[in-house]
Design a protein around this ligand. Structure first.
Ligand code: MN
Length: 321
């Protein structure tokens, strides 16, 4: 199999998994330059959660869990490292003493990636980080569709009087004209609510919402059809709050909710996005201190590989390599 001459991935068939320094999906650790097509990066920010913190340690733990990942997708056959120049470009700088400065730093960092033509796949960090990421992407792509996987709709106006935190990004992004509401799909919503109206903003804005009750009624196949149809044509972003998945499989998160998406279904849903114009993605809310077995980190590394495969394929299809 021909390898991209620009890139020599670390092959676990040659270099043992337990050796060397850990990187995201075993890619080379390189600076974010114009040579990079897809930048895997960490955003170690957790200053805007209202319950259990520790998501700042997510990127480092996903690097360790990435040791398991191989080079080729088992179902699609996509070998992303043969298609695109994919690197671990390190972590976005944040200020652990200042939320507002950190949000600005994150936006500026992703502005820089856009200028260099790098498609980002970010590992959080709490679920505030999609807002500054999407602000940067909007300057390049305009309004986007989004697949938002989460136990919570993240459309509250405020928590404790605060407007930018891990429960508000899907509202702020709409207010700021970042999202095309007709191409917004939210899936996985469940759990007790603050108020009966917690989801009203989603519905009034025209988002398509598949709660876990809906998902169980309609089944995976029909849900995938709805996701694919809603996202339609044009640029899409993928944001996974890991609490969208069932805490039996993904316990290492700040706000676990019973009765979520199982990892197998999440894999199949992501595979169904092959062919879409994917412009960026994140997986957030992993708190390794709450993950004693490390299984959440392993799950996230595998979901990041799923996203990487469809993203590399997308860049090739849309002529962005
Ligand atoms: Mn969330």
């Amino acid at each position: 199999m021909a390898k991209n001459p620009k890139y020599d991935p670390t092959d676990p068939a040659i270099v043992p998994r337990f050796s060397d320094i850990a990187t995201l999906l075993r890619t080379k650790r390189l600076e974010a330059t114009e040579e990079v097509d897809i930048g895997l990066c960490g955003v170690p920010f957790d200053l805007a959660v209202n319950y259990r913190a520790g998501q700042r340690s997510g990127p480092a733990a996903v690097r360790e869990a990435s040791r398991l990942i191989r080079r080729c997708h088992p179902t699609s056959g996509i070998a992303p490292f043969d298609i695109a120049n994919i690197c671990d470009i390190g972590d976005c700088l944040i200020n652990p003493m200042n939320k507002e400065k950190s949000i600005d730093q994150i936006e500026a960092y992703f502005d820089g990636l856009m200028e260099k033509g790098i498609t980002p796949i970010a590992i959080g960090g709490d679920h505030t980080i999609p807002l500054p990421i999407l602000r940067a992407l909007k300057k390049k792509y305009g309004k986007m569709g989004i697949l938002h996987v989460d136990a919570h709709a993240d459309v509250l106006d405020t928590i404790c009087g605060d407007k930018i935190n891990h429960a508000t990004f899907m509202r702020r992004a709409m207010e700021e004209g970042i999202l095309d509401p007709e191409r917004v799909i939210q899936i996985g919503m469940r759990g007790s609510r603050f108020e009966p109206e917690d989801f009203t903003y989603s519905l009034e804005s025209g988002y398509t919402v598949i709660t876990m009750d809906d998902y169980e009624e309609m089944g995976r196949k029909a849900a995938i059809e709805k996701i694919v149809t809603t996202l339609g044509d044009g640029p899409i972003y993928i944001s996974i709050d890991i609490d969208g998945l069932d805490p039996a499989y993904m316990p290492g998160t700040g706000v676990p909710e019973l009765g979520g998406i199982i990892p197998r279904d999440m894999q199949v849903i992501l595979r169904a996005l092959q062919g879409k114009e994917i412009v960026g993605a994140d997986i957030c809310e992993y708190a390794p201190a709450l993950d004693p077995t490390g299984i959440t980190g392993v799950g996230i590394a595998n979901l990041a590989f799923e996203i990487l495969c469809i993203t590399a394929d997308s860049l090739q299809k849309y002529g962005r390599l």
